[in-house]
Design a protein around this ligand. Structure first.
Ligand code: NAD
Length: 484
């Protein structure tokens, strides 16, 4: 299967004639190829977005919201297909792909359609004048996304961006291009005006960086690794492009002695290993109050051992494959490092293998790893691994828990587990991140701000924060001498 770019309402071949193979993580087999688009392809896509922008931006909010609803309707028709395509492309279990990726991608279009329908100009009255703040489109947007939640994150950007009147060029991850292609088929089928949404496939160094550099791109919404985010910022900042960066995370799950132990073990296991630990929000460092450390550790290890690893197409699979052989190697290097740093693997570890048969033998598999005995300042406890590896650390009292939680360069999310809700809120407010959950994790209300501080990014998306990022406020102040 050969994918094409989608430019100006047409599926078009890349002018580069260079390709990248797409492999299925569960088997390691090649099953498609994506074009490695070049600056010429990117130029065509940006030109087509620019051409379409005035007409699209000139529609009313209600007209654009109706288009988002039409896209959601068509995605809904293809819900099961989205789940199976996403599961195959990423190696994640089908149940997760259905409940999270497919459902949430549809929900993103519906949610922003509703928000945009209800969006109003703000007014600020003075004694002798009236201010009207209207939201204008920014122009042409570059939307760059990673491989862990491909359509979920792309739809999270496309819906508010076009809803607010921008036109866009998408650059999905070269590792997981399939559902982005599916979204273009949907957009084509519903007949969205040509050029409103364009897509170029390719890698970061080629297509991604050409897109960020392009002089006619007005905004960049980037989700990916922190080092890549720094590269993107270096290019975008001097050109004063509007920039949103959603980057890496190393998040703490803080377990107090007064938690509901059973619910906490379940919640912390999910937070550590959902999507094989390949979610930026995953709680990959578990801080446990010393009085319950041994008890929690024993129950947590049992809960991790109960996770079923294997064929992503099976409904009862908990853990699928790692995204690529390169990433598997990187994660395994961290496991080896954890032992060098003095850790002990309570589950998994360098020599553990996943007993899988037939086609699955060639896939990128690893058992979930729980490491104890490491310093909370060690590299494995403070650097983002982005795989099924967690470290356990005892603490004494709130102050120490907060100190450890804040001792990384990242600041994306965290969770706190306690029956004392006042303590939960008190500790949450001292964690240096953009999002903290108390007695839950990844419990998302799409109206709330999403994003991080420190090396986890700049800016917020979600709800009115997305509408704000994807628009420019214009204040018109009208003096009215008759008013006094
Ligand atoms: P990545 O940074 O390697 O790639 C992300 C995207 O950027 C891809 O489409 C890639 O092709 C593109 N890219 C790479 N180099 C580029 C460049 N120089 N210029 C422009 N584009 C470039 O990240 P990844 O490995 O795909 O994803 C994993 C990372 O994403 C993890 O660090 C994870 O924490 C992070 N992430 C963050 C969030 C969040 O919301 N904060 C969500 C999901 C993933």
């Amino acid at each position: 299967m050969e994918l094409k770019n989608y430019i100006g309402g047409e599926f078009t071949k890349s002018s580069s004639r260079r390709w990248l193979e797409v492999r299925e993580p569960a088997t390691g087999r090649k099953y498609a190829r994506v074009p490695l688009s070049d600056p010429e392809d990117v130029g065509h896509a940006v030109d087509s977005a620019r051409k379409a922008q005035p007409g699209w931006g000139g529609l009313t909010l209600l007209e654009r919201a109706n288009w988002l609803d039409r896209i959601a309707d068509e995605l809904e028709e293809r819900r099961e297909e989205i789940a199976s395509v996403e599961s195959r492309d990423t190696g994640k279990p089908i149940g997760l792909a259905r409940n999270v990726d497919a459902n949430r991608s549809i929900a993103n279009f519906r949610f922003f359609a509703e928000m945009i329908k209800n969006h109003r100009d703000e007014t600020f009255e003075m004694s002798d004048a009236m201010n009207y703040v209207s939201s204008k489109p920014v122009g042409v947007g570059a939307l760059i996304t990673p491989w862990n939640l491909p359509l979920y994150l792309l739809s999270w950007k496309v819906a508010p961006a076009i809803g607010m009147g921008n036109t866009v060029v998408c650059k999905p991850s070269e590792l997981t291009p399939m559902t982005a292609n599916l979204l273009m088929e949907v957009i084509d089928k519903v007949g969205l005006p040509p050029g409103v949404v364009n897509l170029v496939h390719g890698d970061g160094a080629g297509a991604g960086s050409s897109l960020v550099k392009h002089h006619d791109v007005d905004l960049v919404s980037f989700t990916g690794g922190t080092a890549t985010g720094a590269e993107v910022a270096k290019i975008a900042a001097p050109q004063f492009k509007k920039l949103s960066l959603e980057l890496g995370g190393k998040n703490a799950s803080i377990v107090f002695e007064d938690c509901d132990l059973e619910a906490t073990v379940k919640g912390v296991t999910r937070s550590a290993f959902l999507n094989q630990g390949q979610v930026c929000l995953c709680g990959s460092r578990v801080l446990i109050e010393r009085s319950i450390y041994d008890d929690f550790k024993q129950k947590f290890v049992q809960s991790v051992n109960d996770l079923r690893i294997g064929d992503p197409s099976q409904e009862d699979t908990d853990l699928g494959a790692i995204i690529s052989s390169e990433h598997l190697q990187k994660v395994n290097e961290y496991v080896a490092l954890s032992i060098k740093e003095g850790g002990v693997c309570l589950t998994g570890g360098p020599d553990s293998s996943v007993p899988l048969e037939d086609d699955l033998k060639g896939g990128y598999w690893m058992n979930p790893v729980v490491v104890s005995g490491l310093s909370p300042y060690s590299r494995c406890s403070t650097e983002e691994i982005f795989g099924p590896v967690v470290t356990l650390h005892p603490f004494d009292g709130e102050e120490m828990a907060i100190e450890i939680a804040n001792n990384t360069r990242y600041g994306l999310a965290g969770s706190i587990w306690t029956k004392d809700l006042e303590k939960g809120r008190r500790v949450a407010e001292q964690i240096e991140t953009g999002m903290v959950w108390v007695n839950t994790w990844l419990h998302r209300d799409l109206r709330t701000p999403f994003g991080g501080v420190k090396d986890s990014g700049v800016g917020r998306e979600g709800g009115r924060w997305s509408l704000g990022f994807f628009s420019e406020p214009l204040n018109v102040c009208v003096k009215d001498d008759q008013a006094r």
